[in-house]
Design a protein around this ligand. Structure first.
Ligand code: GCV
Length: 718
């Protein structure tokens, strides 16, 4: 090696090392919110006396995961390797564990309280033991201790004080589950962040490290379950070959407290078992499922259970055999019950009948079965009565099934909300849904209280979110879509959390600790949902997306064989006005709601304007609260949505020197697409509705760039 090269190598290493220590590493978003870059010097000085060493006594995969996370987190945040000790040998230790895993935790005599919090609850408390100061993270279960460890790291990442800690936490919902609509060929239905994370062809021999990182991320926000495959299920997932692969995934997730579940195909006994029927009341069918459950549990002792889409959109179900949803769900539940598994039976059913309105279909089909489901069945109900639209009123089943265990299904992936191109913080939508008052037991009977068991004492509780993850390096396609994964977990842990708090945590953990910059980003996130509704479906419009892929507008669509797969079915524009009359003069779907919310929705004068066109066919010249006509207001809302995206782009551009260049540029590129799309939505929809309204665009609304014909023949590219 010549002299010059010899001299260059140490210099290069030094440059790389300083580059890394300054936190200037590849900012590709892989680390999600679990970034442990070093804190400012003064903060480190403040924290140091509290976090001088780490004591995680005991041995188990979960305890090892706790140790690993805290070592990485504390060392990264403090900028020096944290000392790991076997016992409390100095002031300022962090001690973590359960009364069984850790003699130190046992000495705190918290058993009673910890038992009351359950195996996932935890306490983080500043304590003294043998005269030494320590922070104790204690739980009755190791996974609870892991959750506590992530909580402590979050406090530090968001620069909260560590003095006199006394935190008591427990999850409000028992099942906090991601639903992956992943197919066995690696594609993801409605997935916009690459391919499936589960590499079926390599499993079980090779388990990608990424699966562990997925489980870490889930655990960091309290997600404790993952349905691995699409609800449009392939029966093969239950074959011996695939179950071995599923078991390997379960092994990778287990230390992080994430259980695996599977979507099943109701006709699997025929396809896999060669039976002539899948009739749930046929003893051979029930026996096949019992045997299948036994086989699954022999491989995966903590298997969570089944998710079922039956008699919906072409999926098989009990109806073929003239059996009911309860017959189907309870037969499966009986197979799982001896092992402690659950059935999540989906309420997404909508068979057309004469005089039918899709918004009332699931209510009509399932309400009669209230009280008829087995104790280990949950009815999984989408947040709104149609299908994950940008805005829907809450699903009426939440106010109608007091004797059934209901769990909401939210969609984290943005099927109808601009895929992974649009910045939208979904916690705002979910908050609106959870706060909706069903009036089931008088005022204050919010959806949150129905599902967390406080209204009816529902024993099994849960929340499902259709995942937005994929093989993209940044997991979710859009850096800001990570916030929706984060927010889902936080809300499933505590459905009462405020979106602002969630956004503040996430921004500080993900983008910046600078309070002023963080506040600007948080504000953008909090405004983003209303803006998206403005430029896509304001005033209660819904399901006017391009058919099939659902990206971009197509309010003119009327070609599908089923009326309720056409946009015109949903908006009903005519020369008189716009909107779906769901009152007594129309479909009367409003009667699925309890009084007085039913009457509030049914009366055009009291119906919240955000749901106006959902419940009413409104004349074009009807005056809204603003004093403007429906037509003018509609046009101005679309414009307002566009204006917001433009302002957001400017705001983001202005943050260029405060965010790392890589993520800043990537988000900026997405915001440019979002602006293009918002303009497209505005122009296409207004041009189309103008053919009915026959009124000019009001002042302040920009003229469209193209003709209606152009929009009707051009599908927006994503
Ligand atoms: C998984 C909508 C989506 C489908 C999805 C279905 C469901 O119809 O477009 O892709 O199928 O909902 O939730 O079952």
């Amino acid at each position: 090696m010549n002299q010059r090269r010899k001299a260059i190598i140490p210099v290069l290493s030094f440059v790389i090392a300083s580059f890394m220590s300054a936190g200037v590493m590849a900012e590709d978003g892989y680390r999600l919110w679990l970034r442990y870059d070093s804190l400012p010097k003064q903060t480190v000085e403040r924290y140091r006396p509290h976090v001088a060493s780490l004591v995680v006594q005991g041995r188990s995969p979960t305890l090892a995961a706790i140790r690993e996370e805290l070592v990485a987190g504390l060392s990264g945040l403090l900028g020096t390797k944290v000392a790991v000790a076997a016992d409390l040998d100095r002031d300022g230790a962090i001690i973590v564990g359960t009364p069984r895993s850790s003699p130190l935790i046992a000495r705190l005599r918290l058993d009673h309280l910890l038992r009351a919090l359950g195996p996932e609850g935890y306490i983080i408390r500043s304590v003294r033991l043998d005269g030494r100061r320590a922070i104790a993270i204690a739980s009755d279960g190791e996974v609870g201790a892991l959750y506590g460890a992530f909580h402590l790291l979050r406090l530090m990442q968001t620069v909260q004080p560590l003095d006199d800690l006394d935190i008591v936490e427990r999850p409000r919902l028992r099942l906090r589950i991601l639903n992956h609509w992943d197919n066995l060929d690696g594609s993801i239905e409605r997935g916009y962040a690459g391919r499936s994370l589960w590499n079926w062809s390599e499993l079980p021999a090779r388990v990608d490290q990424r699966l562990r990182d997925y489980a870490r991320a889930c655990a960091s926000v309290g997600i404790n379950g993952s349905v691995l495959n699409n609800v449009n299920a392939d029966a093969r997932i239950l074959s011996a070959e695939y179950l071995r692969k599923v078991a390997a995934i379960a092994d990778a997730f287990r230390p992080y407290g994430v259980r695996v579940y599977l979507s099943i195909r109701f006709s699997a006994p025929m396809e896999l078992g060669g039976l002539p029927t899948a009739d749930p009341l046929d003893p051979t069918v029930a026996a096949w499922w019992r045997q299948k459950a036994d086989e699954i549990y022999s491989l995966i002792p903590d298997f969570g259970g089944f998710l079922v889409k039956a008699d919906s959109e072409g999926q098989p179900g009990p109806r073929t055999y003239r059996r009911t949803h309860a017959d189907g769900a309870n037969m499966l539940a009986a197979a799982l019950a001896p092992h402690g598994g659950v059935v999540m039976w989906r309420a997404f059913v909508y068979d057309p009948k004469p005089g039918y309105d899709r918004a009332a279909a699931a209510y009509d089909s399932l309400k009669p079965f209230d009280g008829k489901f087995a104790p280990n069945v949950l009815l999984q109900v989408k947040n709104g009565p149609i299908d994950f639209q940008p805005r829907e009123p809450f699903h009426p089943l939440f106010g109608a099934m007091p004797k059934t265990q209901l769990m909401p299904e939210l969609q984290i992936t943005q099927e109808y909300l601009g895929f992974s191109n649009h910045l939208v913080f979904l916690a705002m939508m979910w908050r609106e849904f959870l706060d909706s008052d069903t009036y089931a037991e008088g005022p204050g009977s919010t959806v949150a209280k129905v599902i967390d068991g406080s209204l009816y004492g529902q024993r099994l509780t849960g929340m499902a979110g259709v995942a937005n993850t994929g093989s993209d390096r940044n997991w979710t396609g859009h850096h800001f879509a990570q916030a929706n994964w984060y927010a889902f977990g936080r809300l499933a842990w505590d459905p009462n959390l405020a979106p602002r708090r969630i956004a503040e945590e996430w921004v500080r953990m993900t983008f910046t600790r600078d309070p002023a910059t963080a506040e600007r980003i948080v504000r953008m996130m909090l405004e983003s949902y209303e803006a998206l509704v403005d430029y896509m479906t304001p005033l209660g419009l819904h399901h006017i997306m391009w058919p099939g892929h659902h990206y971009g507008p197509a309010p003119w669509w009327d070609k599908a064989e089923r009326p309720d797969w056409n946009s015109v079915y949903y908006h009903r524009a005519d020369a008189r006005g716009l909107g779906f009359d769901r009152t007594a003069t129309g479909s009367d779907a409003v009667s699925c709601y309890n009084p007085p919310i039913r009457d509030l929705f049914a009366n055009i004068a009291t119906c919240p304007e955000k749901f106006l066109l959902w419940f009413h066919h409104v004349p074009w010249d009807y005056r809204l609260l603003s004093g403007r006509t429906l037509w003018d207001e509609l046009a101005l809302r679309y414009q307002r949505g566009v204006d917001w995206v433009r302002a957001a782009r400017k705001e983001w551009d202005a943050l260029a020197d405060r965010i790392d260049a890589e993520r800043h540029a990537e988000v900026a590129r997405k915001l440019a697409i979002q602006e293009r799309d918002a303009v497209w939505w505005r122009d296409a929809v207004l041009l189309y509705f103008q053919t009915f309204a026959k009124r000019p665009l009001p002042p302040g609304v920009e003229r469209p760039a193209h003709t209606l014909d152009f929009y009707m023949t051009t599908s927006l590219k994503w």
